[in-house]
Ligand binder design. Structure first.
Ligand SMILES: Cc1ncc(C[n+]2csc(CCOP(=O)(O)OP(=O)(O)O)c2C)c(N)n1
Length: 486
């Protein structure tokens, strides 16, 4: 009844309806409820943190279907892609499958895959190099430009897509350009995903089942016929992208968002990481680079890495959480707080200034729960992601209605909640920064960055294959890819 009244009211008044459901008063728990509450409270303080991915049942294992194995073994240039996933629906098996096939593995932030020798750490830059290879005609398809510049060497003959739809723009554009390439979609049951175009086989894996990746057995020990030069070419491109990104970053003396993402994550050994929308998750994907222990990538930092060890529930690389899809900037800090509460390790959250302010109530939670967390606020002065949109040229509207710069004192806000605070304003301070030994008090680290230089670096990193090392600071915005700023 309430529902139909609400619909009626909405139609009549031409607006939204609000349904108010009053609770019984005086909102006191009954005796039984009080008892249950006390019990729950006592249990909570005794129970060790719930660790993820939860492993309550012994998993069963299954083989990939024989016809899929046959397709895989016939492929000479297979490519593996994994989008962001919940830890319960991720595919750690993708790493072994990619290694068996010697296939480049494009693992998006949040895919929960351990870095491996076939991981392409700078996938965004490598793919973007194809997209932007012809600056005179940026509308050329990825496929055409790749064929032109790399003699088709980056064109896969088979794509293995694990789990959810990828979200990185360069990967999505690549998938569109490779629509003609057969695609095998491996997905956990219950995900309810549409089949991507070009899907020739869809393998649904039941819950609590792992893929058997011992390919020496079964089907007469099928062995893949891959072209050894295929992976080598991708790794070479990856390495080249890494050194070009490093040299671009070196040529800027200001502190930028990309500098923060190139430097800090590899100093967070043993931390789980939550990365906010919108630039943070893109910059993390594009600039974080390889972890130590994976080949290629050219990351010569001696500072350790986002953990390359530890496995599920261990540390670092496998515990990177993102919130893609609708890509809200709401509740990011609270989500990070929940992750920290559910595990027994240290956490870091990378978040833009607006998303930080959007969820500043969570600072109270961090403090009350004494969560061992470092919050890196990338303060580039507002929603600079909107500089990727054509509206950025409309100077009369843009600042007020899109970028919405803010002047809040992040330090005072942290202090008001009893949190520790540090401010990084220069490259030197960034280089010198190390995580504190103890995180008894959660810490907010404000990184004050140059929005203008951050944009220049992003555009330059998208064009690293043009061979114009010196001119990257003056890239025309007309050739920069436009992104959907969600
Ligand atoms: C709840 C919600 N409101 C609005 C948006 C639209 N939105 C996307 S990104 C963005 C700005 C984010 O700014 P900031 O957190 O400072 O990060 P950056 O600009 O560096 O990406 C906004 C408002 C959204 N995604 N979610």
């Amino acid at each position: 009844l309430a529902g139909s009244q609400a619909v009626h009211a909405a139609i009549l008044k031409g607006g939204a309806s609000h349904i108010n459901l009053p609770f019984r008063k005086p909102l006191e728990p009954t005796l039984a409820e009080r008892k249950a509450l006390r019990q729950a409270h006592a249990n909570e303080s005794q129970t060790p943190p719930l660790f993820f991915p939860a492993k309550s049942l012994e998993p069963t294992s299954m083989n990939l279907p024989a016809d899929v194995i046959a397709l895989l073994t016939r492929s000479k240039r297979p490519l593996c892609i994994a989008g962001p996933a919940h830890p319960h629906t991720s595919f750690p098996e993708a790493v072994s499958i990619a290694e068996w096939l010697q296939a480049p593995l494009l693992a998006e932030p949040g895919s929960h895959l351990q870095p491996s020798p076939t991981t392409i750490s700078h996938a965004g830059t490598v793919l973007a190099s194809g997209r932007n290879a012809n600056p005179i005609n940026p509308n050329e398809t990825l496929n055409e430009t790749l064929n032109e510049t790399l003699n088709g060497s980056q064109d896969p003959d088979l794509i293995l897509l694990f789990g959810h739809q990828p979200v990185t723009k360069s990967v999505l554009s690549a998938l569109r350009a490779w629509e003609h390439v057969p695609l095998i979609h491996i997905v956990r049951e219950g995900s309810g995903l549409d089949l991507p175009l070009g899907t020739v086989a869809s393998v649904r894996i039941p819950a609590n089942t792992v893929l058997d990746t011992d390919f020496s057995r079964g089907d007469g020990g099928a062995s893949a016929l891959y072209d050894p030069a295929w992976l080598a070419r991708w790794k070479a491109e990856d390495g080249r992208a890494a050194s070009r990104i490093d040299s671009i970053l070196e040529s800027y003396s200001s502190l930028t968002d990309p500098h923060v993402f190139r430097t800090i994550p590899r100093r967070l050994n043993g931390f789980g990481v939550m990365v906010s929308n919108s630039f943070p998750v893109r910059d993390f994907g594009m600039f974080r680079g390889a972890s130590r222990g994976t080949s290629g990538g050219g990351d010569a930092s001696g500072d350790g890495s986002v953990g390359s060890s530890g496995g599920a529930g261990g540390n670092g690389e496998s515990l990177v959480f993102v919130n893609r899809g609708a890509a809200g900037i709401d509740g990011i800090l609270s989500t990070a707080a929940g992750l920290a509460k559910a595990s027994s390790q240290k956490w870091a959250c990378f978040i833009g200034d607006l998303a930080f302010l959007h969820d500043s109530n969570a600072l109270m939670t961090l403090r009350n729960l004494k969560l061992p967390m470092i919050v890196f606020v990338i303060n580039n002065g507002g929603g600079t992601i909107f500089r990727m949109l054509p509206v950025a040229d409309q100077t009369d509207l843009y600042q007020t209605y899109f970028e919405t710069p803010q002047q809040v004192s992040i330090g005072q806000l942290a202090g008001a909640h009893g949190l520790g605070f540090q401010r990084i304003e220069t490259r030197e301070q960034l280089e010198a920064w190390r995580p504190p030994e103890s995180l008894d008090v959660p810490l907010v680290v404000e990184c004050v960055t140059s929005a203008d230089d951050s944009m220049k670096i992003r555009k330059a990193a998208d064009r690293v294959y043009l061979g114009d090392a010196g001119s990257h600071a003056s890239v025309r915005s007309a050739t920069a890819p436009k992104a959907d700023p969600k």
